[in-house]
Design a protein around this ligand. Sequence first.
Ligand code: HEC
Length: 254
Amino acid sequence: MKKILLISALLLAPLTSFAEDNIGVAAKGGQPEYLFMEKVSRDMAASTTKMISDALAIGRLVIFAQMPKIGDPKLADKGFGADVFADQWQTALEAQLIDITPRQQQILDKLVWAGKLSMDINQDRINTKGVKYKHFLPAKWARETGLFFNAKTGIYSKQPSVNYRHPSNAPDALEKKVLSGLVKDGEKAKATGEFTQMGKQAVYRYFDPVKLMQPCLACHGTPKGELDMLGYEKDGMKEGDVVGMISVAIAIEE
Ligand code: HEC
C-alpha cells in the first residue's frame, strides 16, 4: 500500500507543479470588449469627448475639495452623499458646459447617473469612523464612474498614467504614445484628440493631461521610490508635471 502511495505521489508531483504554473495566467487571444451603444456624428465627436473629460475632471475636483473631511477619522457621517455630490458637481458643470446640445445633454445625464452611483456605493466607506485613509480618492471615483458609464453607454474613459496604480489604467498603445508626448510638454501640455479605430468601430479619442497640484505630491511626489501613506512607491514628480491623462473614446455614426 505504502509503495503504491509513493509511486502515485511521485507520478503526480510534476503534474501538480505544471498545474500551478498554469493557474492565474491571462487568457491568450480574445477581442477587446468594445460595444458602443451611444454614437455621435463626426462633427460632434470632439466636443462631446471634451465635455465628458471636463465633467470627469470637474467631478474629481469636487471630491478633491472634500478630501480633508473624508479623511477625518473622528467624523462618521460626512454629509457627502450622492445627491449632495451631484448638486455640487452640476453647479460646477453649469459654469463650464454652457454650449452643449440636447444630444450631448442626454449623454451627460448618463455620466451624472454613473458618477452618483459611484458616490452612492462608497457611502459606507466614506462614513467609516476611526480610519483616516479609506481608499476613496478622486481617481477612484473617476475610474468607477468611467466603468459604470461604459457599461451603460459603451463610451470609454480611463486615466492612463506614467506609473499607474490601478491595473485598469494601464495605457494601450495609442495612450502610451500620446502620454509620452504630454509628459515631455510638461506644464505646457494641452488636450489633444484624433479619429481612429477601436476594433472595427470608427471612434474619436480625446486625451486631456492631468497635472499634479501641491496636495497630490504626498503620494505622487518625491523622493521617488519612497513609500506613500498607502504603501505605493512615490512617482518622483513635482507640481505641474503631467502624471497621467483622462482618455475618452466615443463611436462615430456612419
Ligand atoms: C493618498 C495618496 C494619493 C494622493 C494624495 C493622490 N493620489 Fe492619485 N492615486 C492614488 C491611488 C491609490 C490611485 C489608484 C486609485 C484607484 O483607481 O483605485 C491613484 C490614481 C491616480 C490616477 C489614475 C492612474 C492610476 O494610478 O491608476 C491619476 C491620474 C492620479 N491618481 C492623479 C492624482 C492627482 C492629480 C492628485 C492630486 C489632485 C492625486 N492623484 C492625489 C493615490 C493618491
